[in-house]
Design a protein around this ligand. Structure first.
Ligand SMILES: [Zn+2]
Length: 484
């Protein structure tokens, strides 16, 4: 079967100078990407697209059609009805307003608001999927949500095109099509094995800008990119703001002050945002204020959606001699101490690229699981990643930085905390011995201590935490992704 993703529609316009046959084929079949929304079932999605549940299931290799997740991307094989000059949908980018999007598509704000049942035009949020076309009278059901092929890029200053891998594609072939190298794609997508790509995989095409964007930014603001477009509880998000003149940037999100890193020219500001676990899913305002050299203040407000992390749950039984360590006061005071240390913002950046693993061992417990201790409520969560490292084996620094804490705490046992700059800290817990002291500068891989079982543990292991401006986040995201 020869299929084309909706992306090819956009490519023809984008890739001026390239032969048309490399980007489009005559076919009346196409595939669209559908992002599962809250409350949707496979049956309803299939109905909306006028296809069968079986067709979607087999196209996406889904064994159990009753088990789909909110946010999951489904490839929908359609008969081409969704093809049109005007895209069915628009994904809201940071810096766009309902007015600028309406103008882009030749609509009035009221028309666009009506088509999306929007009552408050200031409440649109980054990543929101807007219906652009009016419902056809022949199909009374709402136009299905079709995700456009636009998304934020992990680095750089413009959103990039997303390409969905087709049958017969290789990274080399895709790279050639866009005038890129395989390495460009590998870097942009954190591909570990360039020979392994799969049907339906979505690849960021770095440097290729999407057609549709309707930025409506204040004067002197050149660009703002939010990555990912939807934040996730327990994960790290990034905001990159480019200004025409040097600006001092301040901001708040989730009732916390944001820490802002600037380059030397002060025209590129990078804000790393840790989303606390237990943040309720929803849309939250992110308020920035930009002050120029003359003291003129420009506000820049965004709405950001936060999704649930889906980390699961676990119940932990502690031996009786450790049970008193689940004392809430004791936990709170230790947490307060950690927060005080990790809320210090060092304007320099010592880390470069992704973090290294702190131990040569497999992961025994991932970050984020909601926890109950000894039958209590699930009001705790696993705030780090556990490594099943042998007692006495090496604990290694995950990135360069300064040791800012090396002491014993009740819950975490012997703890070393390293400041990597830009508000990023790594924390190494339950160590048997500690080799470094406060003030030492360590490099990636420096052995800072040995694995042990000090503090609140059920056995020897390394519990490793990453803090972003005073918030505990998923360390493995920092191993897989570069924030520098
Ligand atoms: Zn742990």
């Amino acid at each position: 079967m020869s299929v084309r993703v909706i992306v090819t529609m956009m490519l023809a316009g984008l890739l001026l100078g390239l032969p048309a046959f490399s980007v489009a084929q005559d076919t009346n079949e196409s595939v669209v990407v559908h992002v599962v929304q809250r409350g949707e079932t496979m049956y309803r999605i299939a109905q909306n697209y006028n296809v069968t549940v079986e067709a979607i299931a087999s196209f996406n290799s889904i064994a159990d059609p009753t088990n789909i997740q909110v946010g999951q991307r489904l490839l929908i094989p359609t008969n081409g009805e969704t093809r049109s000059e005007v895209p069915a949908t628009h994904v809201v980018q940071a810096g766009e307003t309902l007015k600028s999007i309406a103008t882009l598509y030749g609509l009035t704000v009221d028309e666009l608001a009506n088509r999306n049942s929007i009552t408050n035009i200031d409440r649109i949020f980054v990543g929101q999927v807007l219906n652009i076309r009016a419902s056809s009278p022949a199909t009374p059901s709402p136009i299905p949500t079709v995700e456009s092929t636009v998304t934020g890029e992990t680095s750089g200053d413009a959103p990039s095109l997303i390409y969905t891998v087709q049958g017969g594609d290789t990274l080399f072939r895709i790279a050639t099509r866009y005038g890129l190298t395989v390495n460009d794609l590998v870097r942009a997508n954190n591909v570990t094995d360039p020979t392994v790509i799969y049907l339906g995989q979505q690849l960021i095409i770095p440097g290729v800008k999407p057609l549709q964007s309707a930025l409506d930014l204040p004067p002197n603001v050149s660009n703002i990119v939010v990555t990912p477009t939807m934040f996730v509880e327990g994960q790290t998000g990034e905001i990159r703001l480019t200004t025409a003149v040097p600006m001092t940037v301040n901001g708040t999100f989730l009732a916390r002050n944001l820490s802002v890193a600037s380059d030397q020219s002060r025209t590129l500001d990078i804000i790393l945002v840790g989303i606390p676990v237990f943040t309720d899913a929803g849309v939250y305002p992110l308020a920035l204020s930009l002050t120029d050299g003359a003291g003129q203040v420009t506000p820049l407000d965004l709405n950001i959606q936060v999704l649930a992390g889906g980390y699961g749950r676990e119940s932990i039984t502690l031996s009786s001699n450790l049970a008193d360590l689940v004392d809430p006061n004791l936990e709170a005071s230790e947490l307060q101490k950690m927060q005080a240390i990790t809320s210090n913002f060092t304007p320099s950046r010592y880390f470069d690229g992704p973090l290294s693993l702190p131990a040569a061992a497999s992961i025994s417990s991932p970050f984020g699981r909601k926890r109950s201790y000894d039958g209590g409520p699930y009001d705790h969560f696993h705030a780090g990643t556990d490594f099943a490292a042998a007692p006495g084996s090496s604990v290694m620094a995950a990135a360069p930085g300064y040791v800012v804490f090396a002491d014993k705490l009740n819950v975490r046992g012997n703890v070393t905390i390293i400041d990597h700059g830009w508000g990023i800290y790594t924390v190494y817990c339950h160590q048997a011995t500690q080799y470094v002291k406060v003030g030492d500068f360590v490099n990636t891989g420096t052995v800072i201590g040995t694995v042990g079982a000090t503090g609140r543990v059920t056995g020897p292991h390394l519990h490793w935490e990453v803090w972003v401006n005073g918030v505990q986040v998923d360390p493995m995201q920092w191993v897989q992704q570069s924030f520098s």
